[in-house]
Design a protein around this ligand. Sequence first.
Ligand code: TR5
Length: 144
Amino acid sequence: MVSFILVISRGFADGDSETKCAQNVNIIEAKNSPTIFDRILDGSIKADIVYEDPECLAFRDVDPQAPKHLLVIPRRRITMLEDAQNTDQELLGHLMLVVKKVAEQEDLTDGYRVVINNGPDGGQSVYHLHIHLLGGRQLNWPPG
Ligand code: TR5
């Protein structure tokens, strides 16, 4: 009986709803699992770290999309921007100022782009909040 109802309900689901449903299951799983950034933070995986302080870490992206591509992450895990709370305000402000500091350190004097991907439509693949800092070439707009 249960499988009958499931078959019927699947029969009515359009492709988009099914995709969204699968995405939601994947996000719940991703939010509850450790990420690669945990391993960078605990030192068990090496990263090219360019800045660190008690609140955060900045390191080079392993798959750079520009001559300079760095990630700034909080040590304390916030899974994604939409999960940030009012109590995270100071930390989020600090991360932005660290992005600015790293951009100066990297000599990005002609400008740069700062990106946060949020969720599946935003292209987020690692569920530990991170800020992308991209520069060293003319970046296009709109992004893909
Ligand atoms: O797609 P979103 O916004 O979630 O960005 C995740 C970023 O993490 C991507 O730009 C990846 O290239 C980057 N990434 C993934 C790994 C990794 C990394 N950056 C530095 N070091 C990394 N290691 C060691 N392993 C990864 N899987």
